[in-house]
Design a protein around this ligand. Structure first.
Ligand code: SF4
Length: 519
């Protein structure tokens, strides 16, 4: 196909000319999985099921009952310099994903290859994608071009693995991120990070690769680096660097990386710290490169002590240096924790992967934490945190559902509920102080001495707000609740009889259908 006839990268709002029905979120996870398996993606789905074990009842949006999981992979690509991302999926999915990415300040275009029923079933969509990746593959502008298959193209078996590995020197990374195979947006980050590490590892094994710009200048001669796995608050890698100094180590790059060359230095680290515990595919690449991986993170006193010991041992550091690192920082952390106490009962839930770490910090600050829910699965990399919390009577719920998080609030009646948006909303309706985990908790330093004191102020202020919540509830009464929600010019008149009548009709229809099935 000539350049004139090649499909252009449409804007995110372009729609397929015909609707592709039956294979969207509403089709059900089983239908989508069966279609994908029949279309040749069985092996990939089996790998995803091993890497990201789903809850047995999970559908595309059941975990973590929030945004499309593919956002995680999209965001990783969008945050990398000299990297472009193209989506292949239904227009409604692409609209939602691009809307969210711009809401979070992507500040660059997302490519989109539209399709219709015909181009999907005839294989023309793959040809369109192949054409579409050629146009932007300019090595002067790009290191990598990421193509993401969303649910429908994944279920239809669009074979991104057949795309060229590179065009004009621009690496082409094709990944499937279907909601029926990757349960959370956290794990979708790992799908892309793992695919990039795999590519970079093959390059490094084939011959010399370039260091990131300014990397050598930033390094202290003779000091080995510790690669950090997980999107961290910007101050955390610096704090970790200070913790590592007495052991002759330094903080290496953070994965997901911000540029392609950092992947090489990440793979070259002496040790990998799996700070966020859900990067299963990435860990596989580091282990294939012969790098030891250490669980947990330097949070609070106990967490920092155990982490320094584990990192030091994994890097072959002598015990005297490990003890020196501990002696330098642990008394400081103890003092900061004592100076910033937290009093109150707190339930905590989220989908970032750092929930268990935050719970440890809260407990060491003096809070009572009876429940921690995380949308992420149980992996070896959070096991020390789970064991530490369990030893203190905390219920740790992996793959937590909204219902489980809410039941915990009902059960424990906390002074503060930290959680996802619907959890926070539920708590506020009951006049319980609450904080949104993603924006207000995980956007703070958590590591070492900086983390020890960072939560107390925001948490104590929120707990202290309870009286204001009570006042507001008293003032507003039932206004805006249930059927009264919305903007009204007159006082809403409730009609519970309408709902009862609809329910009666639905039950009648269901009974009739059942009777017909039995004939
Ligand atoms: S790509 Fe995301 S939004 Fe679209 S059907 Fe799949 S899970 Fe739903």
């Amino acid at each position: 196909m000539s350049a004139d006839t090649a499909p252009t990268l449409a804007t995110a709002t372009a729609a397929p000319t015909e609707p592709v029905d039956g294979l969207g979120c509403h089709a059900g996870a089983d239908t989508l999985r069966a279609a994908a398996t029949a279309a040749g993606k069985g092996e990939l789905l089996a790998q995803y099921a091993a890497d990201y074990p789903p809850s047995p009842t999970a559908g595309p949006h059941d975990q973590p009952q929030s945004m499309c999981p593919a956002f995680g992979a999209l965001r990783v690509g969008l945050r990398m310099r000299r990297t472009e991302t193209i989506l292949s999926g239904s227009a409604c999915c692409v609209y939602g994903l691009t809307f969210t990415s711009h809401f979070y300040g992507a500040r660059r275009s997302v490519g989109y290859v539209p399709f219709n029923s015909e181009s999907l079933v005839t294989g023309k969509l793959f040809e369109d994608i192949r054409e579409a990746v050629h146009a932007p593959a300019d090595p002067a502008k790009l290191d990598a071009l990421v193509v993401i298959n969303l649910c429908v193209p994944s279920a239809s078996g669009v074979p991104l693995q057949l795309l060229p590995k590179a065009i004009n020197g621009v690496r082409i990374i094709g990944i499937d991120v279907p909601g029926f195979g990757v349960p959370t947006h956290a794990e979708a980050k790992d799908v892309l990070a793992g695919a990039m590490l795999r590519y970079a590892r093959a390059e490094a094994e084939a011959g010399p690769v370039a260091a990131p710009q300014g990397w050598r200048e930033r390094q202290v001669p003779g000091r080995r680096s510790v690669t950090l796995l997980g999107e961290l608050f910007p101050a955390d890698p610096m704090v970790i660097g200070q913790l590592l100094e007495p052991m002759g180590l330094t903080a290496g790059p953070t994965v997901p990386t911000r540029e392609w060359r950092e992947l090489y230095t990440a793979l070259d680290g002496a040790v990998v710290a799996a700070i966020h515990p859900f990067y299963t595919a990435s860990v596989r690449e580091f282990q294939a490169a012969g790098r030891p991986v250490v669980a947990s993170a330097p949070v609070g006193h106990d967490g920092t002590e155990a982490w320094l010991q584990a990192i030091g041992e994994a890097a072959g550091v002598d015990q005297v240096s490990i003890d020196a690192a501990k002696a330098r920082v642990l008394p400081v952390i103890r003092a900061v924790l004592a100076k910033s106490p937290i009093h109150g009962r707190i339930t905590l839930s989220g989908y970032e992967g750092s929930e268990l770490l935050v719970a440890r910090l809260l407990i060491e600050s003096g809070a009572q934490v009876p429940y921690v829910g995380t949308a992420c699965p149980h992996t070896p990399w959070s096991e020390p945190d789970r064991a530490w919390l369990a030893a203190r009577g905390v219920q740790v719920q992996y793959r937590a559902t909204l219902e489980q998080d809410i039941a915990a609030i009902e059960r424990h009646r906390p002074d503060l509920a930290i959680g996802t948006t619907p959890v926070v909303q539920y708590a506020k309706e009951r006049a319980l102080p609450s904080l949104y985990f993603t924006n207000l908790i995980s956007a703070r330093p958590l590591m070492g001495p900086a983390g020890a004191g960072s939560l107390a102020q925001v948490i104590n202020a929120a707990i202290g707000n309870r009286a204001r919540f009570e006042q507001m509830r008293e003032f507003f009464g039932e206004t805006g609740q249930g059927d009264r929600a919305g903007v009204w010019t007159e006082t809403p008149v409730l009609h519970p009889e309408f709902r009862a009548e609809t329910r009666r009709q639905v039950i009648r229809i269901q009974k009739r259908r059942k009777a017909e099935e039995m004939i």
